[in-house]
Ligand binder design. Structure first.
Ligand code: AMP
Length: 304
């Protein structure tokens, strides 16, 4: 059977903030609303699910595809990060995306760029500790995307939960008039969260990688059963990872979802979050409890 979505028009691809901005202004003038899905490309089913949430959230969907050098540290995988613009465009066509913003690093950052968005609380633990400067790069580029594209709604994945929390914090603290939605993590059959980086693991690392989600589930079971001692909860997760010689645990935490620190407060949402190295590939994942606690919309400043 023919897929009617194949008949859709090829999306427009913009490469500079000014060109992107002009398009978005015109769309708004015609009275239509806009939902943005920011990505680094190498699109997979996880990204597709965000595109579908975006489609339900506004009249038009736009995607940014930009491997942001500012969020990679020295020695990280910026150079080898997968780039597949043609395949990404095909997915965007299938999902009814109207426009794509795919700038070069030079179009985004002036050679003497020196202004950064820095969040000083939620950015400290977990990913912030392992990847100094990472969230500064993320928040700065996301704010620049917001300025170039002026979406009404932006959709992020729970897969990067700390990132999503930081973006919600940024739009609240800096009065950015954009609604932030967070969509659930899409997983392989064995529980491994889909990621553009999964292609880099070898067969044995891939087999063991499923234990990352298994460990988080073990933590979550402890919490659900009433355990409140974070050390004991962590221990339950680490036990699952212990036999996995191909995985090196960078962190495994259970913290309060609002503060990303201890103490755990009974009746308040928590997040179990972990990062492992599988060979040279960094994999991250998390579970939020109760499950919907990070989902849904957070409204930044509005004119009302
Ligand atoms: P990335 O291209 O990896 O920077 O991701 C772009 C967006 O897709 C981010 O908001 C991610 O959280 C989200 N994302 C990545 N992997 C998944 C997944 N497996 N399920 C849902 N969302 C995801």
């Amino acid at each position: 059977m023919r897929d009617s979505r194949q008949d859709q028009v090829r999306p427009l691809v913009y490469e500079t903030p000014l060109a992107m901005h002009a398009w978005s202004r015109e769309l708004h003038c015609s009275g239509r609303t806009l939902a943005l899905v920011p990505t680094m490309g190498a699109l997979h089913e996880g990204h597709r699910s965000l595109l579908r949430v975006a489609r339900e959230s506004a009249d038009a969907v736009i995607v940014s595809i930009f491997v942001n050098p500012a969020q990679f540290g020295p020695g990280e995988d910026h150079e080898r990060y997968p780039r597949s613009l043609d395949a990404d465009l095909a997915i965007c066509v299938q999902e009814g995306v109207e426009a794509i913003y795919a700038p070069s690093p030079e179009a985004v950052y002036a050679a003497d760029h020196s202004t950064w968005v820095v969040e000083e609380a939620l950015a400290q633990p977990m990913e912030g500790e392992c990847r100094p400067g990472h969230f500064r790069g993320v928040l700065t580029v996301v704010l620049k995307l917001f300025h170039a594209m002026e979406p009404d709604v932006a959709v992020f994945g729970q897969k990067d939960a700390q990132q999503a929390l930081l973006i919600k914090r940024m739009v609240r603290d800096l009065d950015v008039p954009i609604e932030i939605r967070v969509a659930p993590t899409i997983r392989e059959q064995d529980g491994l969260a889909l990621s553009s980086r999964n292609r880099f693991v070898n067969a044995e690392e891939r087999r063991q990688a499923a234990a990352l989600y298994g460990a988080l589930k073990a933590c979550c079971e402890q919490w659900e059963a009433g355990e409140q001692d974070a050390k004991k909860i962590r221990a339950a997760g680490l036990k699952v990872l212990a036999p996995c010689s191909a995985l090196e645990v960078q962190y495994l935490e259970i913290v309060d979802l609002e503060t990303l620190t201890l103490p755990l407060r009974h009746g308040h949402p928590v997040i179990m979050s972990a990062a492992v190295l599988a060979g040279g590939t960094r994999l991250i994942d998390n579970i939020v409890y109760p499950p919907g606690a990070l989902a849904g919309a957070t409204q930044g400043a509005t004119s009302s």
